[in-house]
Design a protein around this ligand. Structure first.
Ligand code: NAP
Length: 324
């Protein structure tokens, strides 16, 4: 008889302030790219059946025209798919969303909401599309600028909305350590969500450690896609990844995910997939236990800067502009 699938509980738990979540969650950015709406709903429902109780989303995850700019036909919002698939929401489900960027309706440019009114409107849009009267976690997602780029005013707006009861907990995304310090002086920060993985943005090793020391969850995105980012998972993997994968009878993608979870008990995974089999594999990766020697071998892989992929591949600047 086949053994039952591994559940998200295998990855262990973390407390996002007063909410306990399994460390293996789900990222919903890619579900809107699936032309098969029913399949997208199935993946979301299956994730929750398999114990996922931490789902990441954003009101700007929509197709066509949204973050991934794929597909055609009627607009599908990730937040609305989540509502359709999962309403009434399970008690233990934490939905983390993000505000900050949005698409200019005229030019289609991915731009930063800078005014308090614009941020409030984004929070309200999330509430409306998710069908909730409060948001569990809202990350202020910034677009990086060189030099000092204060988050104080924008984070202050979200802190006010938190005080007003529209938001339970606050986080930050795409940030540096100085942004974290600035925000934490205004209101508690429960999570930091940055692009990070085995061979992606390893300069954030230090930020990941700082978060651990302060009891803040570090939530990497592109943990599987790595330096390929919006282009999704690759099929070329370093020999070390293959060796570790073969030793455990799993895929290199699962090893990438497991590696992130081995970076600390405060690291939460939010892999994104529209494929039910990949979903099962990803959740199973939460049960993978890598030996110190395996982690060390993986760590010795070429450290790539996300801005300069080691394979020499040119990243589409339009893609980069959407996420930095
Ligand atoms: N804060 C931010 O600025 C930000 C930015 C980007 C993303 N995010 C969040 O982070 C989440 C994760 O990022 P992501 O979805 O872009 O990237 P990811 O989780 O690193 O990787 C997703 C890619 O890997 C593939 N994949 C997933 N599981 C796989 C498996 N087991 N085997 C083989 N291929 C697999 C997916 O394709 P298939 O669909 O074919 O499985 C897709 O191409 C997003 O969904 C979103 O919620 C946040």
């Amino acid at each position: 008889m086949p053994s039952p699938p591994v559940t998200a509980a295998a990855a262990g738990t973390w407390k996002l302030a007063d909410r306990t979540v399994h460390r293996m969650g789900f990222g919903s950015m890619r579900i809107t790219a699936n032309p098969d709406r029913e399949l997208a709903l199935t993946v979301l429902r299956r994730a929750v059946e398999l114990g996922v109780n931490h789902i990441d989303t954003a009101a700007f995850y929509f197709s066509p025209g949204g973050t991934l700019r794929v597909g055609s036909g009627p607009t599908r919002y990730a937040t609305e798919l989540i509502r359709e698939a999962l309403w009434p929401y399970p008690e233990d489900l934490v939905i983390a969303t993000k505000v900050g960027p949005g698409y200019d309706p005229v030019t289609g440019a991915f731009m930063q909401a800078l005014t308090p009114a614009a941020l409030r409107a984004q929070v309200e849009e999330n509430l409306r599309r998710l069908g909730r009267d409060h948001l569990d976690v809202v990350n202020l997602r910034i677009l990086k600028k060189p030099g000092h780029d204060s988050v104080a005013e924008r984070f202050g707006v979200l802190a006010e909305l938190r005080d007003a009861g529209l938001i339970r907990h606050l986080g930050l995304s795409n940030i540096r350590a100085d942004h974290l310090d600035e925000a934490a002086a205004i209101a508690p920060v429960v999570c930091v969500q940055n692009s990070y993985g085995l061979d992606n943005n390893r300069q954030d090793d230090a930020l990941l450690r700082i978060c651990g020391e302060r009891g803040i969850a570090f939530v990497p995105f592109f943990a599987i896609a790595g330096a390929r980012r919006e282009d999704g998972a690759g099929s070329d993997h370093d020999a070390a990844l293959w060796d570790v994968a073969h030793a455990h009878g799993v895929t290199p993608h699962q090893v990438r995910l497991a590696w992130t979870l081995h970076q600390g008990p405060h690291v939460l995974a939010i892999p994104g997939t529209g494929d039910p089999d990949h979903l099962v594999d990803n959740i199973a990766a939460g049960a993978l236990r890598l030996s110190p020697a395996e982690v060390a071998r993986l760590d010795s892989l070429v450290v790539e800067d996300a801005a300069a992929p080691a394979d020499g591949r040119q990243v589409d600047p339009a893609h980069r502009a959407r996420t930095e």
